[in-house]
Design a protein around this ligand. Structure first.
Ligand code: NAD
Length: 290
């Protein structure tokens, strides 16, 4: 059967059947300056939520692509504020417990509470295990796993107190599958799954849910890291070569746009998912089904 595929950026893709209203709610997002975190920030702001946006860890020794700059974080916050909501930008490293606690406290001071936390900040790098510098292992696990732990640890108490809250962690298809050259990344994302499941049980008596979204390849700065330590000029084509076969719905398609993940995150943050906790939500075009 002949198949055809017309790709449009999700920002242009009309989502006509799903409308969220998060007015009166406050959403904290880590890694919010760009990529998926920026998309989540704008998605929630469009739906009326006030947002607390964290990013900007500064340079990292083991990662070959740059982290977000403060201007990107403040631009995202300004774009959210222009939609008529409150937006607080906090330059903080999710590895820094005191900084994350202070960011949560600033959000609560400014907006009164945090209803939803999206622990999304993360990095990727490519090393085979036998060649992996310990610094690369430590840096990645500290951000992708400990950073998610610290975000949840500091945001949960005020949710428990109010007997209400949603924590959404960013996992990956690699919360479920292995891949060569990224054992530390895969271990971190499997760790996120374990953290989410255990925390979901701990917080269930207090009406707080904890879930994790598991994207396939997404069109952000991170995805180029899959190609190795230098980004080649033809990286778009090469990426399709690597990830095109992952997409069971549209074989040969480029990575998903960040907004596709935002749709899933917003559902997990909504009343529609009241009885969903400790669960992965795969947005992977069938990759893990294969
Ligand atoms: N892009 C993909 O293909 C893909 C697929 C599955 C899962 N993910 C996950 O999605 C999440 C978002 O990544 P993305 O694709 O938007 O990439 P990205 O690199 O565009 O965004 C990640 C953001 O996190 C920030 N960040 C990194 N370390 C931080 C730290 N220590 N403290 C604060 N902020 C920090 C970066 O500055 C950046 O703005 C990550 O957890 C990633 O592992 C990405």
């Amino acid at each position: 059967m002949e198949t055809s595929f017309v790709r449009t950026a999700v920002t242009d893709r009309p989502v006509t059947q799903v409308r969220y209203d998060f007015s009166g709610q406050v959403v904290l997002i880590t890694g919010a300056a760009r990529g998926q975190g920026r998309s989540h920030a704008l998605g929630f702001a469009r739906a009326g939520a006030d947002v607390v946006l964290l990013d900007c860890p500064g340079p990292l020794g083991s990662v070959h692509y740059a982290m977000a700059e403060p201007e990107q974080l403040h631009k995202t916050a300004e774009e959210c504020a222009a939609l008529g909501v409150g937006a607080l930008a906090v330059e903080a490293d999710v590895r820094d417990s005191a900084a994350v606690a202070a960011a949560v406290a600033s959000g609560v001071e400014r907006f009164g509470k945090i209803d939803v936390a999206v622990a999304n900040a993360g990095i990727a790098s490519i090393y085979e295990v036998t060649d992996m510098p310990e610094e690369a292992w430590d840096e990645l696990i500290d951000i992708n796993l400990k950073g998610v732990f610290l975000t949840a640890k500091h945001v949960a108490p005020q949710m428990v107190e109010r007997r209400s809250g949603k924590i959404i962690m960013t996992g990956s298809v690699h919360s479920y599958t292995g891949v060569p050259g990224s054992a530390h990344y895969v271990a971190s994302k499997h760790g996120v799954a374990g953290l989410a499941k255990s925390l979901a049980i701990e917080l269930a008596p207090f009406g707080v849910t904890v879930n994790y979204v598991c994207p396939t390849a997404v069109n952000t700065s991170m995805v180029d890291a899959m190609l190795g330590p230098t980004v080649p000029d033809d990286h778009g084509e090469r990426l399709v070569g690597v990830t095109g076969s992952w997409n069971q719905l549209q074989e040969g398609a480029p990575p998903l746009e960040p907004g596709e993940i935002t749709q899933a995150v917003m559902w997990l943050a909504s009343d529609g998912s009241t009885y969903v906790t400790g669960a992965p939500l795969f947005v992977d075009a069938g990759f893990t089904a294969k």
